[in-house]
Design a protein around this ligand. Structure first.
Ligand code: ASP
Ligand code: MG
Length: 432
């Protein structure tokens, strides 16, 4: 049966990291083994910077500098890995860089999202070319596949929607039954017309789930630089602990509320086919992992805390002293949809509708301006939203002690409090 591995940017950030990954793949004897790989290190961020320079006619020097720096980094990894020219992917990678350059020239006047997808996809195309060559060089029979031809999507650039039947057909036809390692890109897909698309930042987890779903895989393993999922970000909570096992539903809730653990779209396709997802460390592969599957019994064992910073609180009131009835709520949410903004918390009353949002000024400012035609809008920024899943008795009060709570929301599984960021500590402690 098929296994799907996913390696993120950190696990292939340089030549040493790539060397380290070979035994993890070699030791896994089941085939097909589908290996989904992200761009190297922070390449996607760098490609976004490159894109901004490409679109600004006054910044052609910056563009060249960025481009050359990125190419040099990849060349350095290749030179370190391959001493003989025969197996080296140097030429193919240089050709991909030439293509990337040509795509920038071609799309600089096109819509941003389309230009983004035609160029940022090269991070993954290049990284997988290097890793595939390396595995073959090491004697692990590996085939490179272009995910733009397998993961079929619509043309909603930067947030493409999957065409599941076409994807299942393409993946089934090309990959099922292979006895080799199948290496492909996370994050990217393509339209029927041949344009590249992307699935949203950090979308490689979702890619792994797509391949697993379409191949009825036995298991997905996400290899990370931590041993599993934690009940809070260990960099921000001094007593965070690893979760042993949670359900698909719980993992989806954590991701939805902003835990940067797994892309939120990942769990659905796995749940539907009851394919377990394991999160393991590529540094210490034998350490106990976190397992996500259908079992719900352990979900409430450990409370989980999630911080969302840079939040804005918007309070919207009708100008004509009318009620905040359904047509008005519908109207306000319509503004949100149009602005492409997501409500992290909603609260309403007879004459007000209030929303907590990520502070994205370029989207928020025009939305507020258009709301102000019909509504009085008050907003406050520099806020922190704390979400706790399965809080224990008294926990929310302890977390809110010493700071004013601007808004509180609670149901049987989830509690949220909104604070001013300046009142919040750098390091939090989860109360007993
Ligand atoms: N390389 C892409 C990103 O950094 C996708 C991923 O890593 O999942 O967003
Ligand atoms: Mg990444």
């Amino acid at each position: 049966m098929t296994t799907v591995f996913k390696f993120g940017g950190a696990s292939i950030k340089d030549a040493d990291a790539i060397r380290h990954l070979t035994p993890l793949i070699e030791d896994h004897k089941d085939r097909p083994l589908v290996v989904v790989v992200s761009a190297m290190g922070k390449t996607t961020n760098k490609l976004e910077t490159l894109l901004a320079a490409a679109r600004d006619e006054h910044r052609s020097d910056d563009y060249r500098k960025c481009f050359e720096a990125l190419q040099a980094e990849h060349r350095e990894a290749i030179e370190s890995l391959f001493d003989d020219a025969q197996d080296s992917p140097a030429e193919r990678v240089d050709a991909l860089f030439d293509e990337l350059d040509a795509q920038h020239q071609k799309h600089r006047g096109a819509a941003y999202a389309k230009h983004y997808d035609q160029t940022v996809c090269y991070g993954e195309l290049i990284s997988t070319t290097i890793v595939a060559a390396w595995l073959n060089h090491q004697g692990t029979a590996t085939d490179w596949h272009d995910a733009r031809e397998l993961v079929r999507t619509d043309a909603c650039h930067q947030a493409a929607n999957l065409d599941w039947p076409a994807t299942a057909e393409a993946i089934g036809e090309r990959l099922a039954g292979s006895d080799r390692v199948i290496l492909t890109q996370g994050f990217i897909g393509g339209t029927a017309q041949g344009a590249a698309t992307t699935l949203g930042r950090e979308g490689s987890d979702f890619s792994a789930a797509i391949f697993a779903h379409c191949l009825d895989a036995r298991e997905v393993v996400i290899w990370k630089d931590v041993t599993g999922l934690y009940n809070a970000d260990p960099r921000r909570f001094d007593n965070a602990v690893q979760l042993e096992r949670i359900s698909y539903g719980e993992a989806t809730e954590l991701a939805w509320h902003g835990a940067k653990v797994i892309h939120p779209k990942t769990l659905g396709p796995l749940q539907e086919k009851a394919i377990p997802l394991t999160v393991r460390s590529f540094e210490t592969p034998d350490a106990a992992p976190t397992v996500i599957d259908a079992e719900r019994r352990f979900d409430a064992d450990v409370p989980c805390c999630i911080l969302r910073e840079n939040q804005v609180w918007l309070e919207v009131r009708p100008r004509d002293f009318a009620f905040m009835d359904e047509p008005r709520q519908h109207d306000i949410l319509g503004h949100l949809v149009e602005a492409g903004l997501h409500a992290n918390l909603v609260d309403s009353g007879a004459m007000r509708f209030a929303i907590c949002l990520d502070d994205k000024p370029e989207r928020l400012a025009p939305m507020i301006e258009s709301l102000e035609g019909d509504y009085a809008v008050r907003h406050e920024d520099s806020l922190t939203l704390l979400t706790v899943r399965h809080p224990r008795q008294g926990m929310m009060d302890a977390l809110g002690a010493d700071r004013e709570t601007l808004v509180e929301r609670r149901n049987d599984t989830t509690a949220q409090r909104l604070f001013r960021s300046r009142d919040c500590p750098e390091t939090w402690h989860i109360p007993d």
